[in-house]
Write a protein that binds this ligand. Structure first.
Ligand code: SF4
Length: 318
């Protein structure tokens, strides 16, 4: 089955944008997160493990340039690749002083890097950092994408997961980033314990109304020694079933504007150190199930995206 019939596939989008297959190279910085070190919170989000998101990364004691070189050499040899994205993935990559941030980014400006993608929190975006990135884009012809962790638009749930920011900060950072002309990818978790299908639809509507460039969906996994683990063991929360997750992803896509690129339908999580990951099913099997159900239902991304630009006025169209 051709995935592109059902949603806007990220790899195809990159291929069209850059004229060939582009590979994302993860970079691991020795940074932490303001929601862990006491700046806006301690302990972090209730689901956050100590290694952050980048469990497949090289050590953060290796310089950015060296990490890139190692990964590039490997991917070049294996796939005959020519173009790459430097992906600052782990923790909050803009959470450092401006000079250190500049040094890290400049180290990523090397031949064959066509884009720099920076993962961060909405409360770690400021005009000063964006201006520097804008100069990099202009002077080196390198595209910039900022990946913003939002997880849900439901600000009550954000409080329960101890995010340390609300929807308001996300909106502020999004508007700021767009003023500099960068792409924004938004990360969401569609199965946070306090969210239901109404939240899933609202997530989709808000991202569509903002016209975010891309979205990355994760499924919640439970890491050992986290508050989330305690909550699960103490029956304070319930996790939804795989079938319900599949339903939520399909509904999310139906309401999502067809122009928004979808980077992922489900997260890839480490088996080690976790007590629950993807219903013990490979991520690609769940992805196949989503596509197969969409095929059966004869549905696709954007089929229900009829709520923008004055829905109530549609009746007066000739
Ligand atoms: S924002 Fe990211 S790195 Fe920070 S505590 Fe939450 S999940 Fe962990």
């Amino acid at each position: 089955m051709n995935e592109e019939e059902f949603y806007r596939v990220y790899s195809k989008y990159l291929q069209r944008k850059y004229g060939e297959k582009v590979y994302k190279l993860p970079i691991n910085l020795p940074v932490t997160c303001p929601n862990r070190d006491g700046c806006v919170g301690t302990g972090g989000c209730i689901f956050c493990g100590e290694v952050g998101a980048g469990f497949e990364n090289l050590s953060n004691t290796i310089s950015v340039r060296e990490q890139l070189k190692k990964n590039m050499d490997y991917i070049r040899r294996r796939y005959n690749a020519h173009k790459f994205i430097a992906y600052f993935q782990n923790f909050t990559n803009t959470y450092t002083d401006i000079d250190t941030f500049k040094m890290y980014i400049q180290e990523a400006v090397v031949e064959d890097i066509v884009e720099i993608s920076i993962s961060t929190r909405p409360d770690c975006i400021s005009d000063r950092y964006l201006k520097f990135l804008s100069d990099i884009k202009k002077n080196h012809k390198i595209e910039i994408t900022v990946e913003l962790g939002l997880q849900t638009v439901n600000y009550h749930t954000l409080e329960k997961v101890n995010r340390g920011h609300t929807l308001g900060e996300f909106l502020d950072s999004f508007i700021r980033i767009k003023k500099f002309g960068f792409e924004v990818c938004t990360h969401l978790i569609l199965n946070l314990p306090w969210d239901n299908m109404t939240d899933v639809v609202e997530n989709s509507k808000v991202l569509s109304a903002l016209s975010v460039d891309s979205v990355k969906l994760h499924s919640l996994y439970v890491v050992k020694n986290t508050i989330l683990e305690d909550m699960l063991i103490n029956n304070e929360i319930k996790l939804i079933s795989k079938d319900e997750y599949v339903k939520r992803v399909i509904t999310f896509l139906e309401y999502l504007n067809k122009d928004i690129v979808v980077q992922r339908l489900i997260g890839r999580a480490p088996q080690d150190n976790t007590i629950f990951v993807n219903w013990n099913t490979s991520w690609w099997k769940i992805k196949d199930e989503i596509i197969s159900k969409m095929h059966k239902k004869q549905t696709y991304q954007g089929i229900k995206c009829d709520y923008l630009n004055g829905k109530a006025l549609n009746q007066f169209r000739k």
